[in-house]
Design a protein around this ligand. Structure first.
Ligand SMILES: NC(=O)c1ccc[n+]([C@@H]2O[C@H](COP(=O)([O-])OP(=O)(O)OC[C@H]3O[C@@H](n4cnc5c(N)ncnc54)[C@H](OP(=O)(O)O)[C@@H]3O)[C@@H](O)[C@H]2O)c1
Length: 250
């Protein structure tokens, strides 16, 4: 299958995987950075038939995969892990070569955020993981489930009833996992926004209208919060737009 052409908006020049990856690289990997990646329809839906995959385009999939190259840890909320049927966090050979050439471990760590710990320790995402995953949870999580998951993952406590994003990031940074890449979902994103923990939002606009019904890329109780963002770049691939926004803290 040929790769979908992706170019900087307005240039028309097709970018290679390395060029796309460079556009998303941060200047200093030792400085903590939380990137989140989402796809939305033109009218703001975060899912089609209950899944983000229904909105994906070949260009979205290409950039989605390339972004995993850059991070130390891929972080996902348990709701998204369950809904999207995540498997082990194993990158393809080209990504592994890229990471090793850039002094990174072959695969990023996979971290799952959950309070209830309704996760099967025998699931392939744990059993077949190339790197021992992390479960980020809370002090009030059910003790038995916590013990069962501790057999297959490193369990980090980052709050009493709710994972505190700042606490979580500092626990990850203590393990050398400063570059955090979150693939969702909407409730986890809302908690990040409340804590002003998001440094970057990568948003694919998929060229479809979904109509009413689907949730947005952010969910939960309204916060009244507005956070300014600066546009870093816009990529395009036919009618798909791939936007990179960074938090404007000026
Ligand atoms: N458009 C997109 O790009 C995109 C991306 C991702 C997901 N999605 C869609 O979003 C839907 C899932 O939505 P969702 O809101 O359930 O996803 P989510 O945010 O990934 O999952 C929510 C769950 O994650 C855990 N969680 C999140 N924040 C937490 C915190 N601060 N402390 C403790 N636990 C926390 C809890 O798990 P426990 O219940 O285990 O305690 C919570 O129930 C799916 O339909 C998926 O397809 C869309």
């Amino acid at each position: 299958m040929t790769e979908p052409g992706v170019s900087l908006l307005g240039t028309g020049a097709s970018l290679s995987d390395d060029e796309i990856t460079d556009l998303y690289a941060v200047d200093d990997r030792t400085v903590g950075w939380l990137r989140v990646n989402f796809v939305s329809s033109v009218d703001g839906a975060g899912t089609h038939d209950g899944l983000s995959g229904g909105l994906g385009t070949p260009a979205d999939k290409r950039v989605f995969d390339l972004l995993r190259r850059l991070c130390d840890v891929v972080l996902v909320g348990a709701g998204t892990v369950r809904a999207e049927g995540y498997g082990p966090m194993r990158l393809d050979d080209a990504a592994v070569r890229w990471r090793q050439a850039h002094g990174l471990p072959a695969h990023p760590v996979f971290a799952i955020v959950s309070a209830r710990l309704n996760l099967d320790p025998f699931h392939p995402l744990f059993a077949d993981a190339p790197v021992r995953p992390i479960v980020v949870t809370v002090g009030s999580a059910p003790e038995e489930r916590r013990k069962a998951l501790a057999g297959v993952a490193d369990v980090l406590i980052a709050g009493d009833d709710h994972v505190d994003p700042g606490r979580m990031r500092s626990l990850l940074a203590d393990r050398g996992l400063a570059q955090v890449h979150s693939e969702g979902g909407p409730h986890l994103f809302a908690d990040f926004l409340r804590a002003d923990a998001v440094d970057e939002v990568c948003l694919t606009i998929s060229p479809v209208l979904e109509g009413p019904g689907a949730g947005r890329i952010v969910g939960g109780q309204p916060t009244g919060i507005q956070r300014p963002m600066a546009l870093a770049h816009v990529l395009s691939s036919e009618a798909t737009l791939l936007l990179r926004y960074v938090r404007d803290r000026s």
